[in-house]
Design a protein around this ligand. Structure first.
Ligand code: ZN
Length: 409
C-alpha cells in the first residue's frame, strides 16, 4: 500500500471515530476533522493514551452496535483499572491474517506442530496464536501457560516443532530439557517469543540447549494483540503490517514526529479496526522505523527491536537516553558484571551522568573506566562520569532494581 492510500484511510478512520466512538467524540470535539486532508493535519491530532482507555472502562471505545461485537479481551491490569477491548468478527479475521503472515515470515508451514504456551482467555496471546495457526493449517498443541511436566511430555510425544511463548518461559523449558536429558527427544526447530525485551544472555542459553532459530514477535492488546510485527529469517528488524496499522515515531518529550531511522516512541493508528479503533495511540515502546528494504524481499516495512519504555527515558544535555542503551554498552565491554546504576546530577547548571558499574574480580578498574567513557562517547554521544565499583558494592533489590537516580534540581 502506498503512503497516500494509507493516510487517506487513516483520515477516514478519524472522521468515523469522531462520530461513532464515545472516546473520540469527546477527544475531537471542536477539531476540524471533517476537512483534514493531509499527513501534516493528521499529525496535529491529539494522541490517545493508556489513561484514555482506562477512563473509557468498560466499553467507552466501542464504535459498532452491540450485535457486531463477538469477543472482548483485556489488557493486564497490573496497575489500576483494566482496559477492555471489544472485537468484531472482521477484527478477529484481520488479526488472524496478520498472525498467519507472522508464521509465514518465520518459516512455519502447515507441516508444523505449534505448541502455544501463553495463556488463553481474557489475555490476547493464546487465542491470537491459535487463530493464525488454524488459518495456516498447522497443528496446534494449545497447552496454555504453566505445568512444565505436561508441556514437556506433549512436546516430546506429539513432536512439536514450533514453540510459542515468552523468552523466560523458553529458558525454563530449555533448562528442564537439559536437566532431564531430553535433548534427543525434543524436535523443536523454531521458537516465536514475544512480549518482553529479550536479554541476549537468555537467548544464548536457550540456543545452546535447544539449537533453534528465534523470532521476535510484537504486539499489544490495545492494537489487536501479538502479531502486528515479527522479524524474518534475516533478523534485521520486525516487519509490520502497514496495510492494517499506521506507525509513527515521536519524540516522547515533545510529541513531534521524527523521520524514519530515528529512535523514539512508537505511535500506532489502527485504520481498519472496527470495534475499538485507535488513532495515534502512544504505545510507550521505544524503537525506530528501519529505512530501506529488508534483504528478504518482503514489502512490509520494519521496526527495530524494542529498546525500552518511554517512561524510562533520561533527558540529558539535549539528548534522549534509555537505560537499555547503557546496559548494551556495559555488556559490550568484557569485565563488567550485570549490575549498574545511573546517577544524574547537576553542578553549576551543567548536567552530569554518572555510571556506576560493578567490575568482575581481577579486572583493572582504571582501564574499564576509560573504555566505558570512550564507548559512551561514541555510542550515545555524551561524556559520562564512569565509576567502577567492586562486585557486590551496588545495592540489590528483590523487586525491580532501580537503575536511574535523578538528583537534579
Ligand atoms: Zn525481512
Amino acid at each position: 500500500m502506498n503512503e497516500l492510500t494509507i493516510m487517506s484511510q487513516c483520515l477516514a478512520q478519524v472522521r468515523h471515530v469522531a462520530k461513532a466512538s464515545p472516546l473520540y467524540i469527546k477527544k475531537y470535539a471542536g477539531l476540524p476533522v471533517e476537512t483534514m486532508m493531509t499527513k501534516e493535519q493528521f499529525e496535529t491530532l491529539p494522541f490517545t493514551t493508556k489513561q484514555d482507555l482506562r477512563d473509557s472502562y468498560p466499553m467507552g471505545m466501542q464504535c459498532v452496535p452491540n450485535n457486531k461485537i463477538v469477543r472482548v479481551h483485556s489488557s493486564s491490569g497490573t496497575t489500576g483499572t483494566p482496559v477492555i477491548l471489544p472485537y468484531s468478527r472482521q477484527d478477529l479475521e484481520d488479526w488472524a491474517v496478520m498472525m498467519e503472515r507472522c508464521y509465514q515470515l518465520a518459516g512455519v508451514t502447515d507441516e508444523d506442530r505449534i505448541q502455544i504456551t501463553p495463556g488463553f482467555g481474557l489475555w490476547t496471546a493464546g487465542l491470537g496464536f491459535q487463530a493464525g495457526a488454524e488459518k495456516l493449517g498447522a497443528m496446534v498443541i494449545p497447552t496454555g501457560a504453566g505445568n512444565t511436566d505436561r508441556q514437556l511430555q506433549l512436546m516430546r510425544d506429539l513432536n512439536a516443532s514450533v514453540l510459542i511463548g515468552t523468552s523466560s518461559y523458553g529458558l525454563v523449558i530449555a533448562e528442564e530439557v537439559d536437566k532431564r536429558g531430553l535433548r534427543d527427544e525434543i524436535h523443536l526447530k523454531r521458537a516465536i517469543f514475544g512480549s518482553e525485551r529479550w536479554g541476549d544472555k537468555i537467548r544464548e542459553r536457550i540456543y545452546e540447549t535447544l539449537g533453534i532459530e528465534f523470532f521476535d514477535i510484537y504486539g499489544l492488546t490495545e492494537i489487536y494483540g501479538p502479531g502486528i510485527a515479527i522479524d524474518c529469517h534475516e533478523h534485521t528488524g520486525m516487519h509490520y503490517f502497514n496495510d492494517y496499522i499506521y506507525c509513527e515515531i515521536i519524540d516522547p518529550a515533545t510529541g513531534k514526529v521524527l523521520p524514519d531511522g530515528e529512535q523514539g516512541e512508537l505511535v500506532i493508528t489502527t485504520f481498519r479496526k472496527e470495534a475499538a479503533p485507535l488513532v495515534r495511540y502512544r504505545t510507550r515502546d521505544i524503537t525506530r522505523i528501519i529505512p530501506g528494504e529488508c534483504p528478504c524481499g518482503s514489502p512490509f516495512p520494519r521496526l527495530d527491536r524494542i529498546v525500552g519504555r518511554s517512561d524510562d527515558m533520561i533527558k540529558i544535555k539535549g539528548t534522549n537516553i534509555y537505560p537499555s542503551q547503557v546496559e548494551e554498552i556495559l555488556k559490550s565491554i568484557p569485565g563488567f558484571s550485570s549490575e549498574y546504576r545511573i546517577v544524574l546530577e547537576n553542578e553549576e547548571l551543567r548536567d552530569r551522568m554518572i555510571i556506576q558499574a560493578e567490575a568482575m574480580e581481577g579486572t583493572d578498574s582504571e582501564t574499564l573506566a576509560e573504555e566505558l567513557l570512550r564507548a559512551c562517547k561514541s555510542g550515545i554521544g555524551i561524556r559520562v562520569v564512569p565509576q567502577v565499583m567492586k562486585l557486590g558494592e551496588l545495592p540489590r533489590s528483590e523487586k525491580k532494581t532501580k537503575r536511574v537516580i535523578d538528583n537534579r534540581d
